[in-house]
Design a protein around this ligand. Structure first.
Ligand code: 4AD
Ligand code: MG
Length: 441
């Protein structure tokens, strides 16, 4: 093959020329003396055209014998075709088969429907299908958008440790690790450490994997997920809400701009995403409780929500369905929230915190707060929560040496991807999901 190598996504630059593409057979259609192989190469798919009388007999026979997912290097001339999904077709002139998938052991994922368990067991192969590949491209775009958003606004990326001596988000969901002779845990959140880097650098963020031994089998929970967390010195709760709505609208608009074709492949209604522009509605926990109680009175919710509890999945689904944009719920009762949250000076039983629920019943995508400023109160909370004081000495130091009001939030990447792509379940938003019952592949 002597023609220049290109990718399917770039093929339009070579209209009328002969090119080489390297990929796999996605599907093959036959119509008399014409073969229509569809090739994919990771960047896209393109249909080839192979007329019997226009190519060498062995090329025709090789194409005719191709099986799904056989690896191939193909040479052909690029021809514009208005009817083609990508706008181009390839008039194949030559083909090299690297590995032909044998007939008696075909690619397990055929174009027909499969059950989710089967697909998850074959996740290493499932990700080759167009819809799954499109979801992974949207995920990458969202990650890039988050980085660009913070990098362009004076934030410094600081990476917190993954092996930690203590809990950040409560002790019930820790994954223990044997750290030589010490007990360690996989991090639940980088927050405590980026509070320290924020005191050093002002505006920081972290972006990494986080772990929770969630025993829940919901469509929103993974045991390993990625979180982007900004942390800002001198930030108030209002500043954090402004920052979060800025981030969310930025990443949605970025996906609309750069990943429209992928959203279409996924079957996402882009009109719903077009509406995601700042400002977002902001309601207090008290107001949310009122809405939930009205929902119960109307028969939309089974149980009556009582003030003081944490929102459950059905509550979040109900609330988020009342808005076209993400809704910010602020000032929850301190008793249902983490130990590090600053109390509201107006009503100390409330925490200066915010959860953001994505629309269309997607549930919480962001959780954040102002952090406790007082050394004495923080120490008291650490004791009340039964946390190991020794492990938090350094964290208390941050309140001893130039403590300032500060805060931040965490956005779960998989929840954001699920919402942007319109997926029921977070398991499709990450290449290899880890859940209560899944550690394979
Ligand atoms: O609300 P969470 O627990 O907040 C924190 O971890 C804070 N320390 C963040 C901070 O203030 N820097 O988690 C933040 C977000 C949630 O809103 C959700 O999007 C996601 O992380 N998340 C999960 N995603 C998938 N699977 C799980 N098990 C998740 N738990 C939380
Ligand atoms: Mg939360």
């Amino acid at each position: 093959m002597t023609s220049p190598v290109t990718t399917i996504s770039e093929i339009g630059k070579h209209e009328g020329q002969s090119v080489t593409i390297r990929g796999w057979l996605y599907n093959l259609r036959e119509s008399g003396k014409l073969l229509f192989p569809i090739f994919r190469d990771g960047s896209g798919t393109i249909q080839g055209v192979v007329p019997k009388n226009a190519v060498a007999p062995e090329v025709f026979e090789d194409v005719k014998a191709l099986t799904q997912e056989s690896s191939v290097i193909v040479e052909g001339k690029v021809r514009a075709d208005k009817r083609a999904p990508g706008g181009y077709e390839l008039d194949v002139s030559n083909l090299q088969v690297l590995q032909r998938v044998p007939d008696d052991q075909p690619f397990p994922i055929s174009l027909k429907e499969h059950g989710v368990d089967f697909l998850m067991d074959h996740r290493h192969l499932w990700i080759r299908t167009p819809r799954q590949a499109a979801i992974l491209r949207v995920r990458a775009e969202i990650i890039k958008a988050c980085r660009d958003f913070f990098d362009d606004r004076g934030f410094t990326l600081t990476d917190p440790p993954i092996l930690t001596p203590a809990a950040c988000e409560g002790t019930s969901t820790l994954f223990p690790v044997d750290y030589f002779d010490e007990q360690a845990y996989l991090t639940q959140s980088g927050q405590l450490y980026i509070e320290a880097t924020a005191m050093a650098l002002g505006k920081v963020y972290s972006f990494g994997p986080t772990f929770r031994a969630e025993k829940s089998k919901t469509r929103r929970h993974l045991t390993e997920f990625w979180m982007v967390e900004p942390e800002v010195a001198y930030a108030t709760l209002d500043d954090l809400m402004d920052l979060a709505e800025g981030l969310i609208s930025f990443l949605v608009q970025r996906c609309l701009e750069k990943r429209r074709a992928d959203l279409q492949t996924i079957g996402r209604d882009a009109a719903k995403l077009e509406k995601i522009t700042a400002p977002f509605p902001r309601i207090t926990y008290d107001e949310a409780v009122k809405m939930l109680q009205e929902g119960h009175a109307k028969g939309a919710l089974e149980t009556k929500f009582e003030w003081g509890g944490d929102l459950g999945s059905p509550d979040e689904t109900y609330l988020s369905a009342q808005f076209e944009k993400p809704v910010m719920i602020h000032r929850y009762p301190a008793q249902v929230k983490a130990f590090y949250m600053e109390p509201d000076p107006q009503r100390p039983d409330l925490a200066l915190c915010v959860d953001i629920l994505a629309p269309e019943g997607c549930g919480e995508i962001v959780g954040g707060s102002q952090r406790m400023a007082s050394y004495d109160l923080l120490l008291k909370r650490i004791r009340e929560h039964g946390l190991p004081e020794e492990s938090f000495k350094w964290y208390l130091d941050l309140r001893k040496y130039g403590g300032v009001p500060h805060g931040g939030f965490g956005m779960g990447v998989e929840r954001a991807v699920a919402w942007v792509c319109g997926l029921e379940h977070v398991r499709e938003t990450i290449p290899f999901a880890r859940t209560l019952h899944r550690l394979y592949p």
